[in-house]
Design a protein around this ligand. Sequence first.
Ligand SMILES: *[C@@H]1O[C@H](CO)[C@@H](O)[C@H](O)[C@H]1NC(C)=O
Ligand SMILES: *[C@@H]1O[C@H](CO)[C@@H](O)[C@H](O)[C@H]1NC(C)=O
Ligand SMILES: *[C@@H]1O[C@H](CO)[C@@H](O)[C@H](O)[C@H]1NC(C)=O
Length: 777
Amino acid sequence: MKDRAVKMMKSMLLLLILLAVVSGRRTHLLKGLPATSTVEENSAAGVSVYTFNVTVSPLSSEGVAILPTIVNSNPLTEAFDIESIGDLEYRVVTTGNPVLDYETMPKSFDLLIFVEDTTGRTDLNTLTIQVTDKNERPVFQGNMAIQTVMIYVLEGTPPEHIYQVDAADPENAELKYSLLPAPVPFLVLESGAIFSTKEFDYEKDPHCYFLNITVTDPDGLSSTRTVNVNIININDERPYFTTKQRFYRIPEEQSPGTVVANITAKDPDDEDSPSRLFYSIQSSDRYFSINPSTGVLQVTGRIDRDALPLRLHPNISLIVRVEDSPSGGHASETEITIIIDDINDNPPECNPSTFRKEANENTTAGMFLLDLNYCKDIDVDSTNNQFNFTGLSGFGSNNFALESTVSGRLVMTESIDLENPANLGIEVYSLTVRVQDIACPNYSNMIYIYIRIKPVNEFFPVFSNLSYEFNVPEIIKVGSSIGRVNARDKDWPPSVITYSIVAGGGTRDYTNIFWISPTKGDVKILARLDYETTQKHILTVQASDQEKTTTASVTVNVLEVNDEEPVCSPNFYSLQIPVSLAVGTNINGFRIQCQDRDSDPRSFRYFINEGNMNNHFTFSPSAGSNTSQLILASRFDYETSLDKNWIYRLHVYITDDNLLPARDKITHLIKTGTVTLSIRVIPNPTTVITTTPGFTVVTKRENLYSESAWYVPFVITLGSLLLLGLLGYLGFLLAMWVNTRCPPAGKADGVSLINAPGMYLFSIFNTSQQDLVYDSV
Ligand SMILES: *[C@@H]1O[C@H](CO)[C@@H](O)[C@H](O)[C@H]1NC(C)=O
Ligand SMILES: *[C@@H]1O[C@H](CO)[C@@H](O)[C@H](O)[C@H]1NC(C)=O
Ligand SMILES: *[C@@H]1O[C@H](CO)[C@@H](O)[C@H](O)[C@H]1NC(C)=O
C-alpha cells in the first residue's frame, strides 16, 4: 500500500513536471510513439510488450536526464514497466503484478510515457496496449479447487457413483475429463461423475487409491487434481483358525487347569491388529473348557482313561467355535481331537484278596496249594497293567513259596508235622503276598492267605494202663462210679478220646451192668452187683479218637459185703396164751429160726421192736444163735389195770450185726429181718384165784449185748403207734378242712401250723399242685 502510495505520488509529481515541461519546450524524443501494441493475457513478468527509442538532439549528446517513465495509465495499472535495453532503446514489459487477465480486467490500457533529456527537453506520448485473449486451462471448482478430495468407499459396496467432479473452463468451452493411472477400478464420465467399477475387498485390494482427474478443454489445455479414494473396512470376513494342529495327546488324570491346547484364530477384518475373538466349545464336554478370550483349552474334569467311556474310546473330539463378535458376528468351527494316553495309576486289585486253605499235615513238599492270581489291573495300557507276585512273608512262611512271580501259584516247600515241637501250636499260618505293578511307581496291594494245617490222625490212643482192676463192694449204689480209665494219643492238637465198653458189660440177668462215660472214662454201674452171683466181671473198654481205636481190659472184682438180710421162719405167727402163764415159759414152745446168706449163724440178734407193752415178752437167747425162743418175761396184771390189752402184736427185728465191730455198724452193713407175732391173752375161765407158783426167768446170754436195749424199741414202738393214730385223725381233719377251704385252682401261698399239744408240724407246700407234705417232728 505504502509502496503503491509512493508510486502514485511519484506519478503525480512527474505529471506536474510534465505539465510544466510541456508548457515549456516539447520536442519529439520518443520515437515509435504513440503506438498500439498487444500483449497476451496471463503473460509472465518481463514479457516485452513494445520497444521504442529515445531520440536525443545532437546538442545534448549526454543522453537522457529522466528515463522514459510510465507516468500514468488508463485504467490505472501497474502491470507494465519500462526497462532499458541499451543505446537509448527501451521496452515496455509486463510486471506480472497483476497478471493480465482478459476475462476479468480491462482489455486496453493507455500508458502515458514521459522522458526528459539532459538538455531539458521532454516528450510525453501514449502507448496503447491491447490485451489479447488467450485460451486458458479449465479450473476445478468446489472442494477440488482448494484441496485434495478424500472419498470413502465401504468395501463390499457394488460399483456406484462415488463423486461428481466440478470444473469449468474460463472460455466456457466444453470440457473433457480423464483419469490416471489407467488400471484403477474407477472411471470418470463426460459429466465428471466418478464411478467405482468393482466391489472392493478391503482385505485383498489396496485400501487407498489416488486418482488424478484431468479436465481438458477443447484446445487441449488441462488441469489435474487428485482425488483420494479410501476403502473402508467392514466386518465381512469370518475368522479363521491359525492353529493348524488338530490332534493333541495328553495323559489321563491331569489336574484341572492343565493347558491342553492353545487355539488361536485370526479375523481377516482385523488385518494386523490383534483380533478380539470369542472361543467356545460347541459339543458339550465334561472334560475340557476353552477360555473364551484366549482360546486356551484346559482340563476341567477328571479324565479317567481306565473307565468308560474313555476305556473304549480314548479320543475326545471337540468342535471349537470362534466368533468375531459376541453376538451375531461371523464364526468358524473346527474339530480338534484329544487323544488320552494311559498312565499307570491303578494298583492291581485282587478279588478275592483273602484266601483260606486247608492242607493236611505232612503234605508232601512241593504240593500246589493256591492260585492267588485273581488279580486285575484296570490300567488300559499293557505296559501299565502288568504285575507280579512277590514278598511272601509271615511267620512260618519259609514253609511256603511262590512258584513264580508271574503265576501267583503258592506251593508248599516243607512238609509240616504238627507234632514237631517247632510247629507245635501253629495250626494256621498267616501269610501275605504283595501283588505289585511292574511299571513305575509299582503300585501294590496285599493278598492275605490263611493256611490251616489240618491235623491228621496219625496216632492210636494209648491207655494209661495195659489193664485196669477195680475192686468194688457189691453193695455199691447204682449210678456210682467205680473207677476211671484214661487214654491219650500223641496227635496234635490232642484228639478227643471217646470211651465205650465193647464187651463184658452185662450178665445173664442184665445186658448192661456197666456204663462208661464217653468223655471222661468213668466206669459206673447201672445195676446192682451181687457177689453171691458173680465175683468178677471182665470188661473190654475201647478208647477211640474217632478214627483209631485201642482196647483195654477192665477187671471188676466184686467184694463181698453183708448185703443179705436174715430170713427167719415163721415169718408170721398167731399164738394164744392163758393169762396165767408162768413167767419164763417158752410160749407155746415157739421158736424162730433164721438164716443169712452172708452172715454167720451166731451173728443174729433179736429184739421186739413194737407191740411189747409192759415188756411181757422177750426172746431167748437174744443174740448169738440162728434160733431163739419166745419167752414170757413178766406176768399179766389186769386186776390193777396195769395191763389193759388182751391182744399183742409184736414186731420182732432180727439183725445180723451181732458180730460186727462197732465201726462197721455205722456203715449200715447191718441187715434186719422182721417177724410179726400176734398173741392173744386168754383170760381165766374162772374167777378163782390160783396161787401162782414162784418162777425163775432164765435168760441165756451168749454175748455181751446190753439187755436193756430191747426196751427202747418197745417204748418207741408204743409211742409211735399212739402218735400215728392221732396223726391219722388230724390228717383226716386237715383233709376235710382243705377240701372245704381251698379254691380249686390253688394259690401259691404256704400255710404252716404248729399243733402245740401233739407236737406235730403240718406243712402245706406249693398248693398249686394240691400237694400235702406231712412232716413229723
Ligand atoms: C498361546 O499362543 C499365543 C500365540 O502363539 C501365545 O502368545 C500365548 O502365550 C499362548 N498361551 C499359552 C497359555 O500358551
Ligand atoms: C516283579 O516286579 C518287581 C517290581 O517291579 C521287579 O523288581 C521284579 O524284577 C519283577 N519280577 C519279575 C520276575 O518280573
Ligand atoms: C443153725 O446153725 C447151725 C450151726 O451153728 C446149723 O447147723 C443149722 O443148720 C442152722 N440152722 C438153720 C435153720 O440154718
